[in-house]
Design a protein around this ligand. Structure first.
Ligand SMILES: Nc1nc2c(ncn2[C@@H]2O[C@H](COP(=O)(O)OP(=O)(O)OP(=O)(O)O)[C@@H](O)[C@H]2O)c(=O)[nH]1
Length: 344
């Protein structure tokens, strides 16, 4: 079968909180009649991204077009989760015309691209492109750069230690595999910062890859889909820090869930979250919260110390108004302290 007959798949990657779900939602809302399906995977097992996407309410994107692969990381569960999910979509009576795959923020894209060569799916799908979403503000703040003090400390305690920064490795692997980079959160950057960040990204990119600035992932769908990269046939041009290691694990990162009581107002909660994010090295916060007396559920999202919130939908009458927050950070997060700060 020629690649023209294969269903094109776009892999959307990018570090925790970069704006992947926001971009995928934008694609769904602007699909212009194209039959899309989304496979979404996230780290931490409260399926929040899937919920956000299902609530997009776009007519040609029914809820069953959104497939959630909860808990874990697609790049490590290719055989058990990803390939079967893809096959299920392709075997539907009216299969999608294009599949968008949103990986978790800690996933390495290359193992996923490789999976497209598996005999079970190789003749039916192709990687149209790997779109890497970058949190411009996080790069400008030096989030992924090596911390010279930490390296010095590490070296002082063990001469032989290689400096290895798990954030930087994941971030770089995602860029090394890209066919298109979206420099997102441009609204949070000055013109100078934009050009500095673009320069930094350019130094990591192994090939000539376009970098497009965006706010809230608002990039024309025609730019995002239809790249025709056939990335699965081009693996040698996509180096990875993990090429020699085979599978990677996520021992460098921790995630846990905080059960939340009802809050009297969003502000009380946001103040606590901000305090927790500043006192601890939290990379990502997201969850749904019960605000006493309000008919709507509060969606809370934090990336570093930047916290956003909005009422996303009414609690349904048969639903327990249960507040839950997913917290993600590097290994060693003080779960008890964070729990006490946030939930009281
Ligand atoms: N200021 C600003 N905020 C943004 C932009 N894009 C996304 N956000 C916010 O950043 C937060 C994270 O966005 P998501 O789309 O959930 O990010 P993600 O990459 O899917 O996150 P994970 O799946 O947890 O890795 C949300 O609060 C978004 O509203 C942007 O361009 N500018």
């Amino acid at each position: 079968m020629s690649s023209l007959a294969k269903v094109p798949c776009t892999i959307v990657t990018g570090f925790l909180g970069a704006g992947k779900t926001t971009l995928v939602r934008h694609v769904l809302e602007n699909a212009q009649g194209r039959r899309l399906a989304v496979i979404v995977n996230e780290f931490g097992d409260v399926g929040i991204d899937g919920e956000i996407l299902k609530n997009c309410g776009v007519e040609n994107c029914p809820e069953d077009a959104i497939v959630e692969l909860a808990n874990g990381c697609l790049c490590c569960t290719v055989a058990d989760d990803f390939v079967p999910a893809l096959k299920n979509l392709l075997d539907r009576p009216s299969p999608p015309e294009h599949i968008v795959i949103e990986t978790s923020g800690l996933a390495l894209p290359k193992p996923l691209v490789k999976a497209f060569n598996w005999p079970e799916i190789a003749s039916r799908v192709t990687v149209d492109g790997v779109v890497t979403v970058v949190d411009g503000a996080a790069v400008a703040a030096g989030r992924f750069a090596d911390d010279p003090e930490a390296i010095a400390r590490q070296r002082a305690s063990d001469e032989s230690l290689d400096h290895d920064n798990p954030l930087e490795e994941v971030f770089e692997d995602q860029l090394l595999c890209a066919d298109l980079v979206i420099l997102n959160k441009a609204d949070l950057l000055s013109a100078d910062q934009r050009s500095t960040v673009t320069g930094e990204i350019g130094k990591t990119l192994p090939r000539a890859v376009k970098v497009v600035e965006a706010q809230n992932g608002q990039v024309p769908v025609a730019v995002l889909l239809g790249l025709g990269a056939e990335a699965e046939s081009d693996l040698s041009n996509r180096p990875s820090h993990h090429d020699l290691e085979g599978e990677h694990d996520h021992d460098d990162f921790d995630t846990f869930i905080v059960d939340l009581p009802a809050f009297e107002s969003p502000q009380v909660l946001i103040d606590r979250l901000r305090k927790a994010a500043m006192a601890h090295d939290i990379l990502r916060l997201k969850g749904f919260v019960d605000i006493a007396g309000k008919p709507m559920r509060l969606l809370v999202q934090g990336v570093g110390a930047r916290i956003q919130h909005q009422f996303d939908r009414r609690w349904s009458s048969d639903e327990v108004r249960r507040g839950r927050l997913v917290v993600i950070g590097e290994k060693g997060l003080d779960q008890t302290a964070i729990q006490t700060l946030v939930a009281g």
